[in-house]
Design a protein around this ligand. Structure first.
Ligand code: GDP
Ligand code: MG
Length: 443
């Protein structure tokens, strides 16, 4: 996770190439949205950091940030998609808005994580690929080490200000209390062995009891993508359980649960670039942790970040459908009015983030959403929200305005009509404001 351009994808790329550069110790498989590193591919790297390290897990699956929108929805009930997260920070930029956002999310989900302080090569003078970072640091001239320290200290201070205790991983004497920082370069690969080592170390020491195989299906939609020739497909991470071609599945959609049948289960060709068309391998069945592309009709409205369920022979379809909208919050009854999202031309990225959040409003929190729009908020929008005043739940005369301007006339109209307007640039803050408002209303 992390801000855009901090080097998340490049870092994963670099990890993927560790063994390509060092002969065929491989077995690394690239999947949809994920990469699996088997133990033998990792051994080589961990040895560089600690020759005595005993690898006890069969491998790790690393998921690249599936577009930020999914994470908004990953506030799942019960278990979570990731056991561990890597938060990537650009050493030259320090904390950026999405870094802070990611941190808040990790805290909320109580997900353990390490920080990769990336792009250290920018301060460096002499690099050697895939070396352990302490060695890499020792190799530098004093002034380079000073610059590194100076930048490092600045980031630490920023993190401290957010209430986080952090330490360089080799100076960290309490992994439960302090978050470890691993300096890395996705360009040279320095620090990559250390990052892998830390992930494995944490997995084996802090979470050993949580690592087990379960039969029950756990499958999360990470992306909804339209692919030429395939139509709208969903990329999922299968954590536990089995998926089969022909399975009837249920998943959350923008306008309620989607029930459909799996037409194809696809993964990329071994080590081929997965963005290339027609390069997929078809599977009749998949029953191991894996990133998979699912083709099925009617997926246009699927919501990333939500759970997918398979309808078994003994399952009650209606019950499963209910479960997709099932929620722990009991904010209100689900009288969701149909939304009419307007055509979107400007800011597609932000919109893409907002849309699923809006769906999460409806499906998770069971808040009726009357209308969804994009762009500046005008008086006529307030008038529309005003309609709620005449309905059963006047408290829903609320407008959640994410990263848009609310024009002055609209503000005044809202004041006159008693329509609540909440604005925020960070989506979670918007929900926080709304939740606080609803809590107060309930009281
Ligand atoms: P993402 O948005 O976090 O996935 O970032 P990318 O992996 O796409 O990287 C963004 C840019 O930063 C690209 O131009 C990379 O080449 C560059 N970059 C990433 N990691 C490093 C690094 O460790 N050192 C340097 N010098 N550049 C990097
Ligand atoms: Mg990326």
């Amino acid at each position: 996770m992390g801000h855009v351009d901090t080097g998340k994808t490049k870092l994963l790329d670099k990890i993927r190439r560790t063994n390509v550069q060092e002969g065929e110790a491989g077995g690394i498989t690239q999947q949809i949205g994920a990469t699996f590193f088997p133990d033998i591919a990792l051994q080589e790297q961990t040895k560089k950091v600690d020759p005595n390290f005993d690898l006890e897990v069969p491998g790790i699956m690393v998921i690249d940030t599936p577009g930020h929108e999914s994470f908004n929805n990953l506030r799942k009930r019960g278990s979570s998609l990731c056991d561990l997260a890597i938060l990537v920070i650009d050493i030259m930029h320090g904390l950026e808005p999405q870094t802070v956002e990611s941190l808040e999310l990790l805290k909320k989900r109580k997900c353990p994580f390490v920080i990769a302080l990336n792009k250290i090569d920018v301060c460096y003078q002499n690099s050697k690929t895939y070396t352990c970072v302490r060695e890499a640091l020792d190799r530098q001239e004093q002034f380079v080490r000073d610059e590194f320290r100076q930048r490092y200290d600045k980031v630490v201070l920023q993190l401290n200000e957010l209430g986080l205790n952090v330490a360089l991983y080799w100076e960290n004497d309490d992994y439960r209390r302090n978050i470890s920082i691993v300096p890395t370069s996705a360009l040279t690969g320095e620090g990559v062995p250390d990052l892998l080592y830390m992930l494995l170390y944490l997995a084996q020491t802090l979470m050993a009891s949580k690592l087990e195989v379960e039969e029950e299906l756990q499958c999360t939609v990470i992306e909804v993508k339209t692919i030429e020739g395939l139509g709208t497909t969903i990329d999922v991470i299968l954590v536990n359980g089995t998926l089969r071609e022909g399975d009837q599945i249920v998943l959350a959609g923008m306008d309620g649960p989607i029930v459909t049948t799996i037409r194809a289960l696809l993964t990329p060709q071994p080590m081929k670039e997965m963005r290339v068309k027609n390069e997929y391998v078809h599977h009749a069945m998949i029953n191991q942790s894996m990133g998979v592309k699912i083709c099925a009709p009617g997926l246009d409205q699927a919501v990333a970040g939500t759970e997918l369920q398979v309808v078994g022979p003994d399952d009650d379809l209606e019950e499963l459908k209910d479960r997709t909208t099932w929620t722990t919050s009991s904010t209100a009854s689900s009288t969701a009015l149909r939304s009419r999202p307007r055509a979107c031309t400007s800011r597609p990225a932000r919109w893409a983030r907002w849309r699923p959040s809006c769906a999460s409003c409806r499906t998770d929190m069971k808040i009726p959403v009357f209308d969804v729009g994009i762009g500046e908020v005008f008086k006529k929008d307030v008038k529309k929200a005003m309609i709620m005043k005449e309905k059963k739940h006047p408290e829903y005369a609320v407008m959640l305005c994410f990263d848009v301007k609310v024009n002055r006339e609209a503000m005044e109209q809202a004041k006159t009509d008693g329509v609540q307007i909440f604005t925020a640039d960070i989506i979670y803050h918007l929900f926080d404001k709304f939740t606080a408002y609803m809590e107060k209303h309930k009281e």
